[in-house]
Design a protein around this ligand. Structure first.
Ligand code: UFG
Length: 342
């Protein structure tokens, strides 16, 4: 059985990826400092897959601790690196924490990988590296632009570091996956997104409003040059995203890559407006959402959606689940979680 280390494996995308890996027969070891996620994720993964990943609690910012952790699992075939802070607004308020956490963790991980000869690495990147794209769909060749936030900048700098590493070490194979807007949850409703405090992102704000935890959803701006005036994003089901990581691991392990630093967009190629997402949520879940239109949110991009051609042609992966499945699964998880905890 091939072992894969998943850093940040207790988090939202990490935990869903663990499920996808386990169901494809991989052995999974999770490295997590539990600073922004709970070890309960491991129980949830086990409930769904009937396999329990080992959890190694480690702060990857600490170089010696990182090396010790990777040494324990130096027989791993690949590493998927999710461990990072991800709140855009928080990163503007605390840039140094973001640079320290996201970049030190990455660098220490890479140092450990080099030391133990683990050569396959998948990086959790973001469409944020494109800034305000001049045209959509955004292809992987679209220019990377100045980041809007320290969070976005950590992704941009991380990709530069990774590319440099592949230049200095021909054995090193890296795939960087640029996510568009991951939403939804595993179909079991036993695991899903669980943000700390007030959600920043649209879908958890919607589900928490529907659950009565938030009073009202604010729709940030309806004066964008779009079909209904609200901003457009490429929402992708988190399980589609998770499965893309498994395909990327297979590609690296079986040495199918054409280049030792590859980048892929992970989106559906379809852009939906905020109001379309709200409407789908209401219709699919048969409820009415309390929302109102307010001013634009500073730093928001009017329209972003992905070109999915490269992922489909080269990686051999494309998203299968539609918006209805995303909004239904997101609500199913929120409802179950609130029932469990009421
Ligand atoms: N929105 C609202 N109300 C809310 C929250 C969001 O109207 O309460 C709107 C936003 O204005 C935006 C859309 O819903 O138009 C999506 O917003 P999200 O915050 O869910 O996602 P973003 O596109 O702003 O950000 C996401 C990721 C970031 C990443 C960025 C660019 O969360 O990590 O995409 O790739 F950097």
């Amino acid at each position: 059985m091939s072992k894969v280390i998943v850093t940040g494996g207790c988090g939202y995308i990490g935990s869903h990826t663990c499920i996808a890996l386990l169901s494809q027969g991989y052995e999974v070891v999770v490295f997590d400092d539990l600073s922004n996620a709970s070890k309960e994720s491991i129980d949830r993964i086990e409930k769904i897959t009937e396999k329990r990943p080992e959890l190694y609690r480690v702060d990857l910012k600490d170089k010696n601790a990182a090396i010790a952790a990777f040494e324990t699992h130096k027989d791993a075939m690949a590493v998927i690196h999710f461990a990072a802070y991800k709140a855009v607004k928080e990163s503007v308020e605390q840039p140094l924490q973001y640079y320290e956490n996201n970049l030190f963790s990455l660098i220490n991980t890479l140092i450990a990988l080099q030391k133990f000869g683990i050569n396959n690495f998948i990086f959790s990147s973001s469409a944020t590296v494109y800034g305000i794209p001049k045209t959509c769909p955004v292809t992987e060749k679209s220019p990377v632009s100045t980041a809007f936030s320290p969070y976005g900048n950590t992704k941009k700098i991380a990709e530069e570091i990774l590319e440099d590493c592949t230049h200095s070490n021909a054995e090193f194979s890296i795939i960087s996956l640029r996510y568009f807007n991951p939403i939804g949850a595993h179909k079991s409703g036993k695991i899903g997104e669980l943000p700390n405090g007030i959600p920043n992102n649209l879908m958890p704000y919607i589900t928490q409003t529907a659950a009565g935890i938030r009073e009202q959803l604010m729709v940030f701006g309806n004066d964008y040059p779009t079909k209904d005036g609200t901003a457009i994003r490429d929402y992708i089901h988190v399980m589609d995203l998770a499965e893309a990581h498994v395909v990327a691991v297979d590609r690296l392990i079986h040495q199918k890559q054409e280049n030792n630093f590859e980048i892929y967009n992970l989106g559906t190629g379809i852009g939906y407006s905020v109001l379309e997402v709200i409407k789908a949520f209401e219709t699919q879940n048969n409820l009415a959402l309390n929302y109102k239109i307010t001013d634009r949110r500073k730093g928001d991009v009017p329209v972003v959606f992905a070109s999915t051609e490269l992922a489909s042609q080269t990686l051999g992966w494309s998203a299968k689940r539609d918006l209805n499945s995303m909004v239904k699964s997101a609500w199913n998880w929120e409802k179950n979680y609130r029932n469990e905890n009421s």
